[in-house]
Design a protein around this ligand. Sequence first.
Ligand code: NAD
Length: 264
Amino acid sequence: MEWRTEEYANPTEWSGNSMDTVIVTGGSHGIGRATCVRFAREGYHVAVMDIEEDAGQDVVREIEEAGGSADFWQTDVGNAESVRDAVEGILGRWGSIEALVSNAAIINRGGLETLTLEEWDEQVRVNLTGSFLVSREVAAHMIEAHKGAIVHVSSITGTHGGANGAGYVATKGGILAMGMSIALDLAPHGVRVNAVAPGTVSTRLTREKLSEPARASQIAAGIPLGRAAEPEDIADVIHFLCTDDARYMTGSVVTVDGGITASP
Ligand SMILES: NC(=O)c1ccc[n+]([C@@H]2O[C@H](COP(=O)([O-])OP(=O)(O)OC[C@H]3O[C@@H](n4cnc5c(N)ncnc54)[C@H](O)[C@@H]3O)[C@@H](O)[C@H]2O)c1
């Protein structure tokens, strides 16, 4: 899949013409950034929503220089007012929101012996409450429009657990359960809600372990497809879930882990 990554990095012909609007939370880095680029390539207007402005403006520049359309909305997804202001601003400027990718998250490693209550609370606030808040604001508009697609970015740790991450894992499981509930509420309104559960993806969240060669080969050896995912591997599936090709999918969790969870 090497060519895909290169193609994203050096887009020459961005042929999309949908004029739909997508919000990508956590769009300044990693999986969110690749998702912004993927949607822009398909002709969406991309609202990059993130707490980090400089990196987010880089994403906007990259998209615009390649002929796409994007703007940046500095937002703390765990703050109701901040989310409301951003969604209102996006609606005011672009008129509609066809897709939401709720991807922003933080990770504080630690289990019962080391994770502090403050670290637990902050992860719940950003990862879980943040997903609730953006979904709530955007869904109100999608219900009115009677169409839309929401994708929550969870993790295989949300379905299978993982050591030394009690708080993070709890939020990732919570996102899946919340998504399934919301999917039922929104189905009568023509709005679909699905989730992706990535395995190990090469981003700054995993940079530490993947930059150590011995550790990286050990990780790769435990992945049936033989390598960690690139952010684009996840972005492609997220994009698919927002297209009409996924029109009969709602309440689903799509695992994108190179076979990790299929291994005995
Ligand atoms: N990297 C992996 O191996 C992996 C595996 C499974 C799931 N995931 C999930 O993928 C998603 C993206 O992770 P990533 O690896 O790209 O990490 P990342 O750190 O590169 O990206 C996370 C983004 O969220 C933003 N963010 C953090 N707090 C925020 C807040 N309060 N408000 C708005 N934005 C905020 C950050 O600025 C950043 O741009 C996360 O939900 C993560 O849990 C990652």
